[in-house]
Design a protein around this ligand. Structure first.
Ligand code: ADP
Length: 447
């Protein structure tokens, strides 16, 4: 499946997950809202009945139905706490009708007191753990006109939970309503866990999506890289092969073959091409071996003076630019224990880079010194230098500096050098100044 398709599927999936989460949150909010409305209905009824009982009591007192004008406290409590359910009336609609009849009858003598209902509502809400602002109002159910309200709280509030209208007459002209204003804490209490889980799930999904996109981008980069790497590698291998073919082809011609100077030069060129080819192949194989943990060093005594002079001679014999290589050794013989072939590849690589990343003229100064247990080699060139922001990455595999210089390469040379030097328990570092040159410092243990 292509990266584009995977990205598309991932975007659709994350969209669906977020939409589902949003739907679940909204749906749950509606459920909580309806539950609060049902609870408001019950609270309003309870408050209204309490207020009705109070009015009944006042009425009885006013008309002198009780023999005592002052009702004893326990009797008043009995009336106020009169619960019809406990007294055998079960059906809610019958209760409502009874309330309505009672209210209609009482209203002629003691009118409804919305402020009393309000003050009764407060404790009921507290008892049910609902801590929000509220008001009680009488409205006209047909016109929705507010006839009276218990408080002047602006109703332009963000969230309003109105109870159902509780009829106050048979003509449907007045109805009682309880309104909860901004009951956020209550809603959060009821749907807090759901919200937290939903947000956590969405955040995880978004992180997973971001991670996937990063991996896809990395994969895309890797594919582009692999293609560029393969084309560069093909080019790097083809160059010495082409040069070899040209030189050997010339040697077949008697004119060239019989001219000793020419023959010598062409044979040298051919050997150099083969050495270059061998070096590139060894480097690729070497890095693959390191990755698989199969690289084994063939450590033997190596004279660095001899080794560097040989490499130097090879570069000087077929210079592609105006090249000077100066080598300064601390002593005429500098023997260390190392893998000769691999060190040859490393030093050749550094010199090759100094030539590649320089203008038409280049001077390379090689300095070799012993310390107590190690040898320090400095390869200083007068090349184009490395930009400071890129210098930390140049030893990374496939890392190339885009320095406007059209030079062949595939970014494994320095990585190979570092790998081999570290395999010898040594280290490599670089300092560079743009436009002036670079210095590669290698420290290797003597044995
Ligand atoms: P390659 O030469 O194939 O690009 P290397 O790993 O050998 O790969 O080098 C990595 C990068 O480091 C090069 O692309 C180049 O920009 C920079 N570099 C290496 N050596 C030098 C040098 N002596 N002078 C300037 N830049 C260098």
């Amino acid at each position: 499946m292509s990266t584009k398709n995977i990205t598309f599927i991932a975007i659709v999936s994350i969209g669906l997950i977020l939409l589902t989460q949003a739907y679940l949150v909204v749906d749950y909010f509606q459920t909580v809202r309806h539950a609060l409305i049902r609870e408001s209905d019950a609270i309003l009824k309870e408050a209204f009945r309490s207020e009705l009982n109070q009015r009944t009591l006042s009425y009885k007192i006013s008309v002198g139905e009780d023999t005592l004008k002052t009702v004893p406290k326990e009797d008043e409590d009995k009336v106020l706490n009169f619960d019809m359910r406990k007294n055998g009336v079960e059906d809610e609609s019958i209760l409502n009708s009874l309330d309505l009849v009672m209210h209609t009858f009482l209203s002629e003598f003691v009118s409804i007191n919305i402020h009393d209902i309000d003050s009764i509502t407060g404790p009921i809400l507290q008892k049910r753990n609902i801590h929000s602002k509220y008001l009680v109002q009488i409205v006209n159910p047909k016109t929705e006109e507010i006839i009276a309200n218990s408080k002047d709280i602006a109703k332009s509030s963000f969230l309003i939970i109105p109870s159902k209208l509780y009829p106050l007459d048979f003509e449907n002209k007045q109805a009682l309503q309880l309104i909860l204003i901004n009951p956020f804490s209550e809603i959060m209490r009821r749907m807090g866990l759901m919200l937290i889980l939903s947000i956590a799930f969405s955040v995880i999904a978004l992180f997973a999506f971001q991670f996937l996109i990063k991996i896809l981008a990395k994969q895309k980069k890797l594919v582009a890289f692999k293609n560029e790497f393969l084309s560069n590698i093909a080019h790097e291998l083809k160059r010495p092969v082409t040069s070899l073919i040209v030189n050997l082809d010339c040697l077949r011609m008697p004119d060239f073959y019989e001219n000793e100077k020419m023959r010598e030069m062409m044979l040298n060129n051919s050997i150099n091409s083969l050495t270059e080819l061998n070096g590139t192949i060894s480097m690729i194989v070497g890095l693959a071996k390191v990755e698989e943990g199969l690289l084994v060093l063939n450590k033997l005594p190596v004279d660095l003076v001899k080794l560097i002079d040989e490499i130097k001679a090879r570069f000087i014999s077929s210079p592609s630019k105006k090249l000077t290589i100066n080598a300064v050794y601390e002593s005429p013989e500098m023997i260390i224990t190392a893998d000769k072939l691999m060190l040859t590849q490393c030093f050749s690589n550094l010199i090759d880079n100094s030539i590649k990343y320089s203008s038409a003229t280049v001077v390379i100064d090689i300095n070799v010194k012993f310390t107590t247990n190690s040898v320090v080699l400095n390869f200083q060139d007068t090349g184009i230098g490395i930009p400071p922001e890129k210098i930390d990455n140049i030893f990374d595999k496939y890392s190339r500096v885009d320095n406007n210089v059209k030079v062949n390469g595939f970014g494994i040379g320095l990585n190979y050098v570092k790998t081999i030097i570290e395999k010898h328990s040594g280290s490599i570092g670089v300092t560079s100044e743009l436009g002036k040159g670079s210095n590669f410092k290698i420290v290797l243990p003597k044995r």
